[in-house]
Ligand binder design. Structure first.
Ligand code: XIL
Length: 381
C-alpha cells in the first residue's frame, strides 16, 4: 500500500513533466490542426534576430499549420499594378514544407490592406467595373497559381459582411459590407473570386473568413452566402471564424452558436485567428484624438508593466472554456489557428490603438508557457 502511494506520488510528480513536454499539435492530433502565424519581416527576418529564431523554433515544434500575418495581403504582394513581391511568401512556404506545416494563404480579396491603385483609373477616377474584374482575376490567378499545389487552404474573401447596429441590439441586420469591391462590381465579386481561385489551383480548399460571427445575424448571413454559392456550384470548402476574443465577450453561448449552426449547415469550420485579449475592448475608441487617448490610457491599458496572476488565471479559464466547446464540435472543425506565437508580438498591442500592452496568446513575453497553455493541453490529457 505504502509502495503504491509512493508510486502515485512519484507518478503525479513526474507525469506532468512528460505531459507538459507534449506539444499542442501532438495533444490535438485526433481533433484538429493547431496553427499559428508567420510574422516574417516585421520582426526583422534575419537569422541573427533571436526573436525570429525563437518564434520559428516554437512554430515548428508546437504547430502543424501556418498563416502569413501580412505578406500575402494585396498591399504587400502586389503593391503596384503588375509588380509582385513574392520573396517573403516563398520563404514562408519553404519553411512550412521543411517543417510539415499545412499552409493557409491569407488573403486575396479584402477591403483593408489593399492598395488604392486597384480601384483607380489612370486619371485618378474610379475604375470601371470591367477593368476591376480583370484586375481581381489577374491578382488571384497570379498569386494562387504561383503556389499551386503548395497551399492547402486559401482565405479567398475576407470580411465581406457588415452588421448595421444603428437600430440597437434587437434590430440588427446584416448585409454585404460596403467596400470598393461591392460598390464597383456588385456582390458578384465574391463568386468571381472563388471561381478564379479554383481555376488557378483546383486542389486548394477555399474558405470564407470573417470576424464577429458570434453576432447571430452575421453568422446567418455568412452561412446563407455560402449555401447560395454552393447551390450554384461555386467551390467553397468552409467558413473561417476569426475568433479575436476578450475575457468576457463574446459569451460562450454565442460562440457555441457558431459551432452548432455551422455544423448543422454542414460547412466545415476553421478558427482562423484566435487570441484572447485581457484588455478592455477599445474598438469604439479607435478614432479617439490624442487628448482623449491620453485620458483613456490608464483605463484602456491597465497592465503596461506586467499582468497580474489573477488575470492570467482568468484567461486560462476562458481558453479552457472555449477549447471545451471546440472539442465538443471537433468533428466539424478542421483547424484552430492562433493569431500569434507569443505575447511579445501581437497585433493586439497596436490595433485598434497604438501603444497598449496585451497578453493574448499561450506563450509569454519571456517565451515561457502561460497558464493558458497548460489549460489548453490539460483538456486532452
Ligand atoms: C492584422 C495584422 O495582424 C496586423 O499586423 C496588420 O497591421 C493588420 O491586420 N483580421 C484579419 C487579419 O483577417 O488579417 C488581421 O491581421 C486582423 C484582423
Amino acid at each position: 500500500m505504502k509502495l503504491m502511494t509512493n508510486a502515485i506520488v512519484i507518478c503525479s510528480f513526474i507525469l506532468p513533466f512528460f505531459v507538459n513536454a507534449e506539444t499542442l499539435k501532438e495533444a490535438y492530433k485526433d481533433h484538429f490542426l493547431m496553427g499559428t502565424i508567420w510574422h516574417g519581416y516585421k520582426l526583422g527576418n534575419d537569422s541573427r534576430n533571436r526573436y525570429i529564431v525563437k518564434e520559428k523554433g516554437i512554430t515548428a515544434a508546437e504547430f502543424n499549420a501556418v498563416t502569413p500575418e501580412n505578406c500575402m495581403k494585396p498591399m504587400f504582394i502586389q503593391p503596384e499594378e503588375g509588380v509582385f513581391t513574392f520573396a517573403e511568401s516563398d520563404e514562408m512556404i519553404e519553411f512550412a514544407e521543411a517543417n510539415n506545416l499545412v499552409v493557409v494563404g491569407h488573403t486575396l480579396v479584402w477591403k483593408n490592406q489593399t492598395p488604392a491603385w486597384f480601384f483607380l483609373d489612370d486619371k485618378g477616377g474610379q475604375v470601371s467595373r470591367e477593368v476591376l474584374i480583370e484586375r481581381l482575376k489577374m491578382h488571384i490567378r497570379t498569386v494562387v497559381s504561383r503556389y499551386r499545389g503548395r497551399i492547402d487552404y486559401w482565405d479567398v474573401v475576407n470580411e465581406a459582411v457588415a452588421v448595421d447596429r444603428s437600430e440597437g441590439k434587437r434590430n440588427q441586420t446584416a448585409s454585404y459590407k460596403s467596400t470598393p469591391w461591392l460598390e464597383i462590381i456588385g456582390p458578384e465579386y465574391i463568386e468571381i473570386a472563388y471561381r478564379t481561385a479554383h481555376e488557378a489551383d483546383p486542389s486548394a480548399k477555399l474558405l470564407y473568413n470573417d470576424y464577429n460571427l458570434d453576432t447571430e445575424v452575421k453568422l446567418d448571413f455568412s452561412l446563407a452566402l455560402i449555401a447560395d454559392l454552393k447551390s450554384r456550384g461555386v467551390p467553397i470548402a468552409g467558413l473561417g471564424y476569426q475568433g479575436h476574443l476578450f475575457l468576457k465577450e463574446p459569451s460562450l453561448t454565442a460562440i457555441e452558436r457558431v459551432l452548432r449552426k455551422t455544423k448543422q449547415a454542414d460547412v466545415p469550420l476553421h478558427i482562423t485567428e484566435l487570441d484572447v485579449s485581457v484588455l478592455p475592448n477599445a474598438w469604439e475608441h479607435r478614432s479617439a484624438s490624442v487628448e482623449e487617448r491620453f485620458k483613456l490610457d490608464k483605463k484602456l491599458n491597465p497592465y503596461p508593466d506586467g499582468v497580474p496572476q489573477k488575470i492570467l488565471a482568468e484567461q486560462a479559464k476562458r481558453y479552457s472554456d472555449v477549447f471545451s466547446l471546440l472539442l465538443q464540435y471537433s468533428d466539424n472543425i478542421e483547424r484552430v489557428t492562433f493569431w500569434g506565437v507569443w505575447d511579445g508580438n501581437s497585433w493586439r498591442d497596436y490595433r485598434p490603438m497604438l501603444g497598449r500592452t496585451d497578453y493574448p496568446l499561450l506563450i509569454d513575453r519571456k517565451f515561457e508557457k502561460k497558464p493558458a497553455y497548460d489549460a489548453v493541453i490539460n483538456l486532452v490529457k
